[in-house]
Write a protein that binds this ligand. Structure first.
Ligand SMILES: *Cc1c(COP(=O)(O)O)cnc(C)c1O
Length: 424
């Protein structure tokens, strides 16, 4: 597919490298001016762009980042600390997800984790079963990173149907399994509808067919284990399910650490072996990397290590409880607004608000944006998607008040448009 180069990251500037260095003071002024156009993320007015918790947690992240952001994981002989820190993050995550052993690594984000799950499946099926025309199956609500992975890896992406409740349709997945299928992947939950796919049922299908099975727990990874401990009725999505061969969870989402960190875990060393890269005839001997990247900054990894240990199980339980209560307040509040409804039955931090009756959700969305609230507009079905963070507990009533107002003025506009049409 040809891509337009006219828009997107890295375009839209004609700035030249300054001939003379610019003072720190001027740089600060310039950055402040650039940031003027940004959403009020610190004030909790952005949902799903940033996952704020508390100032003390932010301080820990900053402190740990500061120690390690100039160091690279590429030199474990020079910085054994970082090797240990990454292994610790993997081990803490493995215990949370009931993995039989701590096998995996920290990646730069959910996208890299998903690309790696797809690469493992492709290479493993090729080596062990001679599959050369690999296909990966994902429900059509799966994250776009699977499409990116398919494009990068030269495998075919098969997108299957979802049910009327927006979950992966098991029959549709079954129907699409062929001799070339190397991976089935699901979301826990999807970012589109906040729905947890039927992990157990589909993992069993994959196991029966001898296919890899990946759980994309980017969003739910650091919520579901704690919701379970809080006694909420959430499904099991982790390595306790025998067919699950790998799982990823984003550290920069609900582990509440800084941007640039996700973790991928594997059930077995054999599988992980298909992920790692090594060549022996490099000028300095063997060159090895666990994932897609070469040099990785130690900053996000150390920040994750510090955040996880600073919070501990009780810290995550408290934050998850706040998150859960905030979701409930939002769901109840939306339920009381005529003209809106909550899609499905959200169990985690993803809440999707749709129209009921004749409400134009696009207009409501525009009204909310004007009032300074950033969420995501979706088309299938028309809806607004919010990813809550614990900090949103402090702003949710304000959000609901704005929402009520946005729906009312939407109605007023519609009535006016209608009477204008009648007059004409
Ligand atoms: C956020 C997310 C990802 C990965 O996104 P990154 O931006 O690469 O971290 C993958 N899957 C789901 C369901 C997500 O919500």
């Amino acid at each position: 597919m040809a891509k337009s180069a006219s828009q997107g990251a890295g375009t839209g500037s004609s700035l030249a490298l300054p001939k003379h260095g610019i003072s720190r003071q001027q740089l600060e002024a310039d950055l402040e001016a650039l940031k003027d156009a940004d959403a009020d993320w610190k004030g909790g007015h952005a949902f799903g762009i940033y996952f704020p918790t508390r100032d003390d947690v932010a301080d820990v992240i900053r402190w740990a980042n500061e120690q390690f952001f100039r160091l690279s994981t590429h030199h474990p002989d020079v910085f054994p600390s970082l090797r240990q820190i990454e292994a610790d993050v993997v081990a803490m995550s493995a215990s949370l997800f009931n993995a039989p052993a701590a096998i995996g690594n920290v990646t730069c984000g959910g996208t890299e984790s998903l690309i790696l799950a797809a690469k493992v499946a492709r290479d493993q099926a090729k080596a062990e079963k001679g599959v050369t025309e690999a296909e990966i199956i994902v429900p059509r609500t799966a994250y776009p990173a699977f499409a990116k992975a398919a494009e990068l890896l030269g495998v075919k992406l098969v997108r299957t149907e979802i049910t009327s409740h927006f979950a992966a349709d098991v029959a549709s997945v079954r129907k699409h399994i062929t001799r070339n299928t190397v991976l089935i992947a699901v979301s826990a939950p999807t970012i589109t509808h906040g729905v947890i796919d039927p992990v157990e049922e589909l993992a069993a299908c994959a196991q029966e067919a001898g296919i890899n099975f990946h759980v994309d727990a980017s969003i739910g990874g650091f919520q579901l284990p704690f919701l379970e401990q809080l006694g909420r009725p959430v499904p099991v999505i982790d390595f306790r399910i025998p067919g699950v061969t790998s799982l990823s969870a984003d550290l920069h989402k609900y582990a509440y650490s800084s941007i640039g960190a996700s973790v991928i875990l594997h059930r077995s060393e054999d599988t992980y072996g298909y992920q790692r890269f090594a060549i022996d005839d490099w000028s300095t001997g063997t060159y090895r990397t666990p994932g897609v990247l070469g040099t990785r900054s130690g900053g996000p990894i150390a920040a994750a290590w510090a955040t996880m240990r600073y919070l501990g199980v009780d810290g995550y339980l408290a934050l998850t409880k706040t998150l859960d209560e905030t979701r409930q307040r939002l769901v109840d509040g939306v339920g009381q607004i005529d003209g809106l409804c909550v899609l499905g039955n959200p169990m985690t931090s993803v809440v999707v608000i749709g129209p009921s009756g004749a409400t134009d959700i696009k207009r409501v969305f525009a009204g909310m944006k004007k009032a300074g609230w950033e969420a995501r507009l979706q088309s299938d079905p028309p809806s607004m998607r919010l990813l809550l963070a614990p900090y949103h507990a402090t702003v949710i009533e304000g959000y609901l008040a704005s929402l009520r107002q946005a729906v009312q003025s939407n109605d007023v506009q519609k009535t006016e448009a209608l009477s204008a049409a009648n007059r004409a």
